[in-house]
Design a protein around this ligand. Structure first.
Ligand SMILES: *[C@@H]1O[C@H](CO)[C@@H](O)[C@H](O)[C@H]1NC(C)=O
Ligand SMILES: *[C@@H]1O[C@H](CO)[C@@H](O)[C@H](O)[C@H]1NC(C)=O
Ligand SMILES: *[C@@H]1O[C@H](CO)[C@@H](O)[C@H](O)[C@H]1NC(C)=O
Ligand SMILES: *[C@@H]1O[C@H](CO)[C@@H](O)[C@H](O)[C@H]1NC(C)=O
Ligand SMILES: *[C@@H]1O[C@H](CO)[C@@H](O)[C@H](O)[C@H]1NC(C)=O
Ligand SMILES: *[C@@H]1O[C@H](CO)[C@@H](O)[C@H](O)[C@H]1NC(C)=O
Length: 386
């Protein structure tokens, strides 16, 4: 799928709002358009009796749509979540979550008043025990159903405007794969028509906040299923890397000895199945990805087309990106010139000289299309395995 974005229409995603809270994935909630579940602590909607929050009409941005998306009222993600719900919990103070039952990121304690500092660490600086714990956590997430969230397997129209709910269970890891897919999928226009130039998570100012919230939510879910309140996602510092240092069986999986596109059987990730990889199939069926397994993780580090992506970004590329003082510029999309956001987003896509993203536009959009496909493949591969 081609990742174009809309300039102004951003997915206004409350960080705590996964898709979808299980307790609201039913006919009653959909027809009333209200998702204000009780908080376990006192049984009241949104924990209202404990002043944690209250059920309120949602607030939508009044900002005009960008010219990139010439429709309105055709995509469930417009003015999210208003197509599904128009009343949700609005939480007070440091409370957060679809029922105000959680603390805002960075806070803990029964009243969410304790500041909590967690640090993300370089994966190569973890001890062997810490690293193995991380892999075990990932594998647990991949095998444990999400209690709090389900995924939609049909559009609102396909659900007969709510009277025929279409949802299903998903494991904690794939919940995030699916959410990423759902935010960036094409618009289904009916018949065999789709609109590809849309994305609610990429190529627009929301790119960074969306992914920041995404990773924080992901960490929170891992913390919950493991009981390890201090868990953070380790990072791989790929600056100037000659090859894929995490692509070994000790980390994210090495190469299969006879099939270079597969992972080594010594890696736990060789038994994982991917989901949501077949966008053309969903488009032709006018269907959503329903999280059916679609085969093993395919990865082939080092054997990519070097004429398209000669190398991983260098320290100089990163420095250049950090030197940009404007967060966003111009059309605020993939064409934004000297935009920190656009430069960062395309860091992995650029050709020599790698600081080109903001200056040199590829003349042919086909070229761009292929490049974006590839990046998407790369980030998906990383999501699937890391
Ligand atoms: C929310 O949706 C319900 C059901 O469609 C409707 O009756 C109600 O008027 C809507 N409320 C607002 C504030 O839009
Ligand atoms: C949490 O807040 C409640 C209500 O304000 C208060 O009674 C209780 O003592 C607080 N607990 C802690 C541990 O701060
Ligand atoms: C769903 O809602 C839309 C817009 O309000 C309406 O045009 C359509 O007829 C409804 N469909 C069903 C099956 O109720
Ligand atoms: C998390 O870190 C805090 C602060 O270092 C520590 O007090 C606490 O025991 C840790 N929790 C777990 C479950 O390890
Ligand atoms: C899930 O989606 C796939 C691919 O679009 C489709 O072939 C399959 O029938 C769907 N399964 C269910 C249970 O809807
Ligand atoms: C981007 O900005 C630079 C510096 O202002 C300018 O030289 C260049 O022409 C701009 N490129 C485009 C395509 O607008």
């Amino acid at each position: 799928m081609l990742l174009f974005a809309m300039g102004f229409l951003l997915l206004i995603l409350q960080p705590s709002t996964g898709q979808f809270p299980r307790v609201c994935a039913n006919t009653q909630s959909l027809l009333s358009k209200e998702c204000c579940p009780p908080w376990d602590g006192d049984g009241s909607p949104c924990g209202q009796l404990s002043s944690r929050g209250s059920c309120q009409n949602i607030l939508l941005s009044q900002a005009p749509l960008g010219p990139q998306f010439p429709f309105s009222g055709v995509d469930d993600r417009e003015d999210w979540p208003s197509v599904f719900y128009n009343r949700t919990c609005r939480c007070e103070g440091n409370f957060m979550g679809f029922n105000c039952g959680e603390c805002k990121f960075g806070f803990s304690g029964v009243n969410c008043t304790e500041r909590q500092l967690r640090t993300r660490r370089n994966i190569f600086q973890l001890t062997i025990n810490e690293k193995n714990k991380f892999l075990a956590y990932l594998n647990l997430a991949k095998n444990i159903p999400s209690q709090d969230y389900v995924i939609a397997t049909g559009t609102y129209t396909q659900m007969n405007n709510g009277s025929n709910p279409m949802f299903r269970d998903i494991n904690v890891y794939d919940l995030f794969v699916w959410m990423h897919y759902y935010a960036s999928r094409d618009t289904l226009l009916g018949g065999s028509n789709v609109w590809r130039d849309i994305d609610f998570a990429h190529e627009a100012p929301g790119f960074l906040p969306w992914h920041r919230a995404f990773l924080l939510m992901w960490e929170r879910q891992i913390q919950k299923i493991t009981g390890d309140e201090n868990f953070t996602i380790p990072y791989w510092d790929w600056r100037d890397a000659e090859d894929c240092g995490v692509c070994t069986d000790e980390y994210m999986g090495g190469r299969h000895p006879t099939n270079p596109n597969l992972l080594s059987l010594a890696s736990i990730f060789s038994s994982w199945q991917v989901i949501c990889t077949r966008s053309e199939e969903y488009n032709s069926q006018q269907a959503l990805c329903n999280a059916t397994s679609e085969g093993p993780i395919r990865r082939n580090p080092g054997n990519h087309d070097k004429s398209r992506t000669p190398r991983l970004p260098s320290s100089a590329d990163v420095e250049f990106c950090l030197s940009l003082t404007q967060y966003e510029s111009g059309p605020m999309d993939k064409m934004a010139n000297y935009s920190f956001r656009n430069t960062l987003e395309e860091l992995l896509a650029c050709k020599e000289p790698c600081k080109g993203i903001t200056m040199q536009y590829r003349s042919r959009s086909e070229d761009k299309k292929r490049t974006m496909k590839m990046i998407r493949g790369m980030s998906k591969a990383f999501m699937e395995s890391a």
